[in-house]
Design a protein around this ligand. Structure first.
Ligand SMILES: [Mg+2]
Length: 330
């Protein structure tokens, strides 16, 4: 059942949202009309968030509005794309003015920040679920893919890892944190940054890239599979926030960094020949990418090292994907 979608979308989402020159027809017709710049490719990504699966009932509406856009822009960033337009499909159990106002606020803030225009929307009645499709541009042939990593390339990751996973564990009373750390980490869980500027700066430099949504090991696995290579990762080089290192044992911190999802950092490979350029381009990057390992020629094999020694996930976590799913479904 529809709510009268144009009224609802117009009431909550069309005011004070960015209006771009490349959009000829936006919300209000059967479809949007927009132009892709010359000599550019269009990159299209979609993500869905469902209550009870991707977020719990206590998650503020503003955070959900922010995050559904951020996760899409993170995928665009991983492709090296510049964001331009989004469309929104919203399934709601009821029309709740307070929730819709908060959700629209979160969505608007991040769209304004990245000059991203909402060009279409649909609303339906049902269990709470939000889908956003985001569109972005890259110069012809310059999209960064998962499939370009070569043996010898260096493996980098931006920001810090494990923050969102630890925040989720604290919210679910599986970890105790001091209130200051809990507040900081919850901000990372609810309001992730999309590494949009970093992604664009990696065009022509990174040989492959992905965003860390499922957890470092799972996502590095996607690059290895697509590129038919392996990786050696120095777990003692993984970038960790103070909140993570101060709240957990070293082994726990590394385990969170390797297996918990939702951090939305960029994971990418840089060939030796591009390393100087890469250092120059990212010298002032606020998300400070660090080198965590190297690509090897053994297909899909991940070797974890701590210093000169082999390192293994704690007993029972070898199937780390299951570990993460258990976390989310609790
Ligand atoms: Mg992704």
């Amino acid at each position: 059942m529809a709510f009268g979608e144009f009224d609802l979308i117009e009431t909550y989402f069309t005011h004070r949202l960015p209006q771009r020159d490349d959009v000829t027809v936006g919300i209000g017709d059967d479809g949007a009309v927009a132009s892709v710049p010359e000599k550019s490719d269009l990159v299209v990504v979609t993500d869905t968030m469902v209550q009870g699966v991707h977020f719990d009932q206590d998650t503020p509406a503003r955070a959900i509005g922010h995050k559904i856009v951020a996760v899409n822009l993170s995928d665009l960033a991983a492709m090296g794309a510049e964001p331009a337009w989004i469309s929104l499909a919203l399934t709601l159990p009821e029309i709740n003015d307070e929730w819709l106002t908060g959700f629209a606020h979160g969505l608007r803030e991040i769209c304004e920040y990245y000059n991203c225009q909402l060009i279409g929307g649909d609303t339906t009645q049902g269990p709470l679920s939000i889908t956003v499709t985001a569109h972005g541009f890259v110069p012809n042939g310059k999209a960064i893919r998962r499939s370009g990593a070569k043996p010898g390339d260096w493996l980098y990751v931006s920001g810090t890892l494990g923050d969102a996973g630890l925040a989720l564990a604290a919210r679910q009373h599986r970890q105790k944190l001091n209130p200051d750390y809990e507040r900081r980490l919850t901000e990372r869980l609810y309001f992730p940054s999309a590494r949009v500027a970093l992604g664009q700066s990696l065009r022509g430099i990174a040989s492959s890239a992905i965003d860390v949504s499922d957890g470092l090991l799972a996502d590095v696995g996607h690059i290895l599979k697509a590129s038919h290579v392996g990786a050696r990762i120095s777990v003692d080089e993984l970038p960790l926030s103070l909140a993570v290192t101060e709240s957990l044992s070293a082994e726990q911190a590394i385990t969170y960094a390797l297996t918990s999802g939702d951090d939305y950092e960029l994971l990418f490979t840089v060939p030796e020949a591009q390393r100087g350029l890469f250092d120059t381009v990212t010298a002032h990057s606020p998300s400070k990418p660090v080198c965590i390992g190297r690509i090897t020629n053994e297909p899909e094999l991940v070797q974890l090292r701590f210093g000169d020694e082999a390192w293994e996930l704690p007993e029972g976590l070898a199937g780390f994907e299951h570990f993460r799913k258990t976390e989310l479904s609790q």
